[in-house]
Design a protein around this ligand. Structure first.
Ligand code: FES
Length: 96
């Protein structure tokens, strides 16, 4: 399975781009030459994640995740999605 997420030129190196994803949303961002995608849902209880100062922050109970390391700096773990760059776009991939 492969699902186009966004053109690479639209994915920011600072902050995130929020895009629809099968009825939900995901954050996309770039760290150097590496592209990342993460569900806009806090793994604790599903709260939305806001991009603030290089982190995704959950306003519900304060979980925080680093955009650089993908690690939580406080609270639960981040749900990271598998992706691949192809033909100038970022794709979500599954089972390939
Ligand atoms: S739902 Fe995000 S910290 Fe609880």
């Amino acid at each position: 399975m492969k699902h186009r997420l966004a053109n690479l030129d639209d994915i920011p190196g600072t902050g995130t781009l929020l895009v629809p994803f099968f009825g939900r949303e995901i954050h996309l961002w770039r760290k150097g030459e590496r592209y990342r995608a993460a569900a806009n849902a806090c793994p604790h209880m599903g709260g939305p994640l806001e991009c603030k100062g290089g982190e995704l922050v959950c306003p519900w109970h304060g979980a925080r995740f680093s955009l650089d390391t993908l690690r939580r700096t406080e609270g639960s773990r981040l749900m990271v999605l598998p992706t691949r760059v192809e033909d100038g776009a970022l794709y979500y991939t599954w089972g390939e």
